[in-house]
Ligand binder design. Structure first.
Ligand SMILES: Nc1ncnc2c1ncn2[C@@H]1O[C@H](COP(=O)(O)OP(=O)(O)OP(=O)(O)O)[C@@H](O)[C@H]1O
Ligand SMILES: Cc1ncc(CO)c(N)n1
Length: 290
């Protein structure tokens, strides 16, 4: 195998002979290119890590909504995780759409086998994606229980939005003051860290998210932009955090880096189609430089 990588003496050496950090997203596709694994891969790229995918579901989706979802067989999802973990190696992993309890069981078994999860070699970010921005459910009812009871205890970090907090805990957070109670209730499900996202507090003039480790709470303040184009904001946030973890950042530093990244992404969100446009994952690249 080593011979494949040898550079013949008469050719120029490539610029890199070491690999960048690697990150894996275990998530669904979005045909509109705004959310899911498409957003995750672009955020990984933009944050300087090599992105890899274990596709869990194919959605038929555009800026208006989701009209179809086909699940990938759970054994194929597990095989994708095994294929990249055994050959390339995974420095950090995240989940997006995990639409059924069977898929969740297969993903967790593969993660266990390859050292991905809380207290293991590879940090594991579980984003409990329950519905699309336009409200269509992206998981079966049994998946929510499996996420809470099986995936959360194995997560290094879980990143619910306020709708997901309501579904998982019954807590209906209406203001910044309610976020700590929400974080405590989610932390009781067993992850190391909880990040409560505040995008849905539409009356709040700022977007102040909350990171909690069971003892201390850290506020992550950011401006609130006046835009409807926030499709994929949650995916991009979790992916930017995962990229920072892949580079070896501590959790507070990774989440702070993710918050800076997603805030700029919302700032540069753009209209697309007839519905909700995406946050920009390429604000670091000026269109004029292309
Ligand atoms: N209008 C906005 N201006 C600035 N930041 C925002 C805005 N809306 C959301 N955010 C930030 O984006 C991140 C994602 O939060 P949000 O609560 O919207 O997640 P989400 O509902 O999972 O996202 P989505 O379902 O759109 O992918 C958070 O850091 C949040 O504070
Ligand atoms: C595939 C997919 N994953 C996640 C979301 C949530 O942003 C979405 N709308 N679609």
């Amino acid at each position: 195998m080593g011979r494949m990588h040898e550079t013949p003496g008469h050719l120029r050496r490539p610029a890199h002979d070491t690999a960048p950090p690697t990150a894996l997203t275990i998530a669904g596709s979005d045909s509109g290119g705004s959310a899911g694994m498409h957003a995750d891969l672009r955020a990984f790229f933009s944050c300087g890590v090599h992105g890899m995918t274990a596709v869990t579901a194919v959605t038929v989706q555009n800026t208006v909504g989701v009209t179809g979802l086909v699940e990938i067989p759970p054994e194929t999802v597990a095989a994708q995780i095994g294929a990249v973990a055994t050959d390339i190696g995974v420095d950090a992993a995240k989940t997006g759409v995990l639409s059924s309890a069977t898929t969740i069981e297969a993903v967790l078994a593969a993660c266990d086998e390859h050292g991905i999860g809380r207290g293991r070699r590879t940090p594991f970010v579980v984003d409990p994606v329950a519905a699309s921005r336009s409200g269509e459910p992206l998981l079966r009812p049994d998946a929510l229980d499996a996420l809470r009871d099986e995936a959360f205890p194995r997560a290094t970090l879980v990143t619910p939005n306020l709708d997901e907090v309501r579904l998982l805990t019954g807590i209906d957070a209406r203001s910044r003051d309610d976020l700590l109670d929400a974080a405590k209730a989610v932390h009781d499900f067993g992850p190391d860290w909880v990040l409560i996202k505040s995008g849905h507090l539409l009356d709040d003039p700022k977007c102040v998210d909350l990171l909690f480790d069971g003892t201390d709470a850290i506020q992550l303040p950011g401006p609130r932009y006046s835009t409807v184009h926030t499709h994929g904001a949650g995916d991009v946030f979790a992916s930017a955090i995962t990229a920072a973890l892949a580079k070896g950042a501590s959790m507070p530093d990774a989440v702070a880096a993710g918050k800076r990244f997603v805030t700029r992404s919302v700032e540069h969100a753009y209209p697309l189609g007839a519905g909700v446009g995406p946050v920009s994952t390429f604000w670091r690249v000026s269109p004029r430089s292309l």
